[in-house]
Write a protein that binds this ligand. Structure first.
Ligand SMILES: Cc1ncc(COP(=O)(O)O)c(C=O)c1O
Length: 352
């Protein structure tokens, strides 16, 4: 199918750009002690997860039990849930999945440890955990150092297998590359590695220290003692990360149709908030200078054309918009069309 024939609105990935991103990341890690465990939540496409595995990833990171389940069902054998889970329903599923693959999950509170220990007894499997350390994002995680050791000691007493540390310096991802950002990232890495060393001194052997995103993978991935990186957005790359200076090529767009025009400066497309996230700003148009997305309604996008915008848009015309925030946009779709030279080469199912 020609790209122009794909029913709209549709999520497209430029395969040349995606393959460039895949290779750039794989090449970075090829000679590093640290390895990539890319974040699945970004694309939710098992076929893309396998492309990442085949180019050197050691497993996948994900955010939810459901994502872990999808990965196990698609044959991924090593999975980190870089998040907390509680309650019998989730911890039972975690224990069940742990029978089929090597799973890791973050903990930052005794209550999660309690729930996991109960599931472990019920299922008779050894459950693995990482101590989640707050790297300054202010979301989940214990303070680095002694708090991490206390929690790891409790987890060990409860019979869980503590494998190490997980963090995520999400608050540093938007910083422009440069010495100031690097210094702050180094401080985060130092805290994580130090906490791991403290676990070992307390008799809890730990072999994993995981952190890093698309903005910080190179700094974290070069820091001694960091063993794996959780970056996810790099593969499809959005405008948000392009603006932050990440060295990858934007690959993700939405294909939309013009459904209405009025005069020479107003057009409406069949793509709204239900297909395109505006959470981190409104999308830029691809290859249409002088045309701006002014607003997104539920099922409509409103375009404004300025006087330099070239020929007027026609009803029925197909246009492409760059994706501003890939995490929140991919999630709105069930298929990702892989395109090259104006043709659809592959369709990647997005599994929910
Ligand atoms: C815990 C965690 N790790 C890694 C990532 C991936 O980061 P990025 O989108 O920078 O690739 C995220 C994204 O929000 C995250 O929440």
């Amino acid at each position: 199918m020609k790209t122009q024939e794909i029913p709209t609105p549709a999520l497209l990935v430029d395969l040349d750009a995606m393959e460039f991103n895949l290779r750039l990341m794989a090449d970075f890690f090829a000679d590093k002690p640290a390895k990539l465990r890319p974040h699945f939540k970004n694309h939710k496409a098992p076929m893309l997860a396998w492309k990442q595995m085949r180019t050197g990833a050691i497993g996948l990171t994900c955010a939810t039990i459901r994502e872990a389940e999808i990965l196990v069902q698609h044959g991924i054998q090593s999975i980190l849930i870089a998040n907390e889970i509680t309650g019998d329903w989730k911890t039972d599923r975690y224990a069940e999945l742990s029978r089929h693959a090597s799973l890791l999950v973050g903990v930052d509170h005794p209550a999660q440890i309690c729930d996991l220990a109960r599931a472990q007894r019920k299922y008779g499997t050894t459950l693995q955990v990482l101590i989640d350390v707050d790297s300054g994002l202010g979301r989940c995680g214990v303070k680095p150092g002694e708090q991490g050791v206390e929690l790891a000691t409790l987890a060990k007493q409860e019979g869980l297998k503590v494998r190490g540390i997980t963090g995520y310096e999400g608050h540093l991802q938007p910083l422009p590359p440069g010495p100031e950002r690097d210094e702050r990232v180094h401080a985060v890495c130092q805290d994580l590695v130090q906490t791991k060393t403290m676990l070992e001194a307390a008799g809890i052997p730990a072999d994993i220290v995981s952190t890093g995103g698309t903005g910080t993978y190179a700094v974290c991935g070069s820091y001694p003692g960091i063993t794996e990186i959780q970056a996810g957005s790099y593969l499809l790359m959005d405008t948000q990360y392009r603006d932050r200076g990440a060295p990858f090529r934007r690959a993700l767009t939405i294909l939309a149709s013009v459904i209405s025009t009025r005069g020479s400066n107003h057009a409406v497309i069949d793509c709204g908030l239900k297909e395109l996230s505006a959470e981190r700003g409104l999308s830029e148009l691809k290859d249409l200078p002088g045309v701006t997305l002014k607003a997104l309604h539920a099922e409509h996008g409103l375009l404004q054309l300025d006087t330099n915008s070239g020929p007027p848009l026609e009803v029925g015309q197909k246009i492409e918009l760059w994706v501003q925030y890939s995490d929140a946009t991919v999630n709105l779709h069930t298929s990702l069309y892989g395109v090259r030279n104006g043709q659809t080469e592959e369709v990647f199912p997005i599994i929910h």
